[in-house]
Design a protein around this ligand. Structure first.
Ligand code: HGY
Ligand code: MN
Ligand code: MN
Length: 398
């Protein structure tokens, strides 16, 4: 009999990839995340599951023979830079506990079941969110994947090879494409459940969101001897574009974030020659995102012209508004009074929603804080999440 709880498993990995401020930086296929992968494989093996790492760096822990009509659960092990302890790993450990308990109870699924740890869900390493699930679902091609370069400069193919994976095999995963459903448990990234006073919710939808990169170029020069009137400093239009992004969000009632800016060459006494910023924009409706991004791009062009600079925009990723097909069935299984919440956060379950029926469970996060060390969930709420996940899985494997 396994006596695991979600909290006890999270405690086992608490030091892996932990930063001094208590946050986590666990980047896809980097040493800290590889340690997490090895831990996950050991735990899944311990409860008798069979491990397959697919060509897209997703790890599958199988109960039964891998094959069509499989019930999939799980989440991701990677984090954002400075992330919290629960975003991703809570879904993986909850799946381990639920499956271990089902096996201890002698349940025999009528179809194969797999716990999947999806690769680079945050896109923090290769810049493409839900990388592993997009590749497995055929939503990102091998050619597009091969073009991705990690923030540390390593190309995706080289990172695959360093991890013992063949980048030429990247592509749609038939077992995923023929799966019957995917159910993902995740810490809530917001205060909905805290305000409702309930431990667990069923997800209704993921709001549309995307990421854009804006590359500004100007003219590097000496910080001390170049007159202001002679400068073409790309940092100025970046600053004006960041402000324009916030103004657009306030005007249109959506959210825009610039959390990453790179300045080249990066000398204190050097006027930058180039500056790159990344924009994350999310809204209730896709057309609002489109309008807001267009307004921001226009503002960036005006600012660049004013400073004698150039700007080039590239859309890095896009996720349409997604509803969860399993929602109604989960409501029947867990009870019609179970709270239901939409979210502004992206998830593999949203990426896979057009490939198979998917569903999500959210676990209460008392402060709602996420992507930071304050992210949390009580042990009792984590257990309520495991129980709900197990109840749903037992129905889905019948
Ligand atoms: O960025 C997100 O929405 C999610 O946490 N990957
Ligand atoms: Mn996240
Ligand atoms: Mn997540």
């Amino acid at each position: 009999m396994t006596s695991w709880t979600a909290a006890s498993l999270l405690a086992e990995i608490a030091e892996i990839g932990r930063n001094g401020d208590g946050s986590y930086s666990r980047f896809c296929l980097r040493p800290e995340e590889v340690t997490l992968r090895e831990w996950f494989v050991a735990k899944a093996t311990q409860i008798g599951l069979t491990i397959v790492t697919d060509m897209n760096a997703n790890i599958w822990a199988w109960w039964g023979t891998p094959g069509p009509d499989a019930v999939l659960t799980g989440s991701h092990l990677d984090s954002v830079p400075g992330g919290g302890a629960y975003d991703g790993p809570l879904g993986v450990v909850s799946s381990l506990v639920a499956v271990a308990t089902m096996r201890d109870a002698g349940i025999t699924p009528s179809k194969p079941l797999a716990i999947v740890a999806m690769a680079d869900e945050e896109g923090a390493r290769f810049g493409m969110p839900c990388l592993g699930s997009r590749l497995a679902a055929g939503k990102l091609s091998k050619a597009e994947a091969h073009k991705l370069v990690a923030r540390d400069g390593q190309s995706l193919p080289d990172a695959w090879r360093a991890a013992g994976l063949d980048p030429d095999l990247i592509g749609p995963n038939d077992v995923l494409l023929t799966a019957s459903c995917f159910i993902e448990l995740h810490v809530e990234q917001g205060r909905g459940l805290a305000d409702l006073g309930h431990p667990v919710a069923i997800a209704t939808a993921v709001r549309p969101h995307g990421r854009w990169r804006a590359e500004f170029t100007g003219q590097g020069n000496h910080a001390g001897t170049t007159l202001i009137c002679d400068r073409h400093d790309p940092v100025l239009p970046v600053a004006q574009t960041v402000l324009a992004a916030r103004e657009a969000a306030e005007r249109e009632g959506c959210v825009t974030t610039v959390g990453r800016i790179n300045v080249e060459p990066g000398g204190t006494n050097v006027i930058a020659s180039a500056a790159t910023m990344w924009l994350d924009c999310r809204a209730e409706a896709s057309q609002t995102v489109t309008k807001v991004v267009k307004d921001i791009q226009q503002a960036s062009k005006t600012a660049a012209d004013k400073h004698g600079c150039q700007v080039v925009w590239t859309r890095e990723s896009w996720t349409d508004r997604t509803s969860f097909e399993l929602r109604a069935r989960m409501l029947k299984i867990l009870g019609e009074n179970t709270p239901q919440l939409s979210t502004g956060a992206g998830h593999d379950a949203a990426t896979l929603a057009t490939t198979m029926p998917t569903g999500m469970l959210f676990v209460r996060n008392p402060t709602g804080a996420s992507h930071c060390p304050a992210e949390s969930a009580s042990d009792a709420d984590c257990e309520a999440g495991v129980e709900a996940l197990q109840t749903v899985l037992e129905e889905l494997v019948k």
